[in-house]
Write a protein of this length. Structure first.
Length: 261
């Protein structure tokens, strides 16, 4: 039922960052995560991916996982007993070491919008358990019992949680140590300083009559840095007034800041 990889006996504290995905479509994983940086890191064992097939926890001979919503309406709702049994199996191994218990995430358009800060905090932990919904959703009672963190990718509706899980995992895995070859590139990218990233250019220096900005080929590092910063600020101001307002306000004062004065 749980498709664990061969090193599953490792004690929780020595486990690499682990993603355990509860889904009706385990074949969708690793999907794109088998490629490029995430795929290489997966092959190296820098992170683990396990799938839990929700259908394996169906109780009847038809293996039904869903039913019509009470009160009527279109579509089907995932049954609480089936999802509960799948969740119980998924958290089972972690109970030994509560310190390394994986946070439980439910991907749903109803959740809190995902941002880089949340990704950073999830990547810094031991991993996560992701519950992917399908159809019209999951019976509310099982969500009340398990209280997952509800996360949305944005104000649009996907056909299920799986594509959202792939996006969430990609965003987390690329922040794990050693996954991105050049860590300084992470520090410079969009959102890390609360700004969108400036434009990038490469060879040829002139293409279709369009030249690369002179400052970038000046060899003058301080001027290049100043240009990067100015462009990041301009693009953020123009495209994302919400981010710009937060950036312009500066960092919020925290309790620790005050007590360490
Ligand atoms: N499942 C369906 N739509 C979704 C969305 N926008 N974000 C996260 N999970 C989803």
């Amino acid at each position: 039922m749980i498709d664990r990889q061969p090193n599953s006996v490792a004690p929780a504290s020595h486990r690499p960052w682990t993603a355990r995905v509860l889904t009706l479509f385990p074949e969708m994983f690793p999907g794109p995560l088998a490629w490029s940086l995430a795929g290489q890191a997966l092959a190296r064992g820098d992170w683990r991916l396990e799938t839990v097939d929700i259908r394996a926890f169906a109780r009847d001979k038809h293996k039904s996982v869903d039913d019509a919503p009470f009160g009527g309406g279109p579509g089907m709702v995932l049954r609480p007993d089936v999802v509960d049994a799948a969740l119980a199996a998924a958290v089972d191994g972690d109970a030994v070491d509560a310190g390394s218990r994986l946070p439980l995430i439910h991907l749903t358009p109803r959740g809190r919008p995902l941002d880089q800060e949340r990704v950073r905090s999830l990547a810094a932990g031991p991993g996560l358990i992701v519950l992917c919904g399908r159809y019209e959703g999951i019976d509310e009672r099982v969500l009340e019992v398990w209280q997952p963190q509800e996360v949305s990718l944005g104000d649009f509706v996907l056909s299920g949680g799986e594509p959202a899980a792939l996006v969430l995992l990609d965003a987390c895995v690329r922040l794990l140590p050693g996954v991105v070859g050049e860590p300084s590139s992470l520090a410079r990218e969009s959102f890390e300083r609360g700004l969108l990233e400036h434009a990038q250019y490469t060879r040829p220096r002139v293409w279709r009559g369009r030249a690369v900005p002179d400052v970038l080929v000046s060899g003058h590092h301080a001027r290049v840095d100043a240009w990067h910063r100015m462009e990041s600020e301009r693009i953020t101001r123009e495209r994302r007034p919400d981010l710009w307002a937060r950036y312009a306000r500066g960092p919020a004062t925290t309790v620790e800041d005050v007590s360490s004065r």
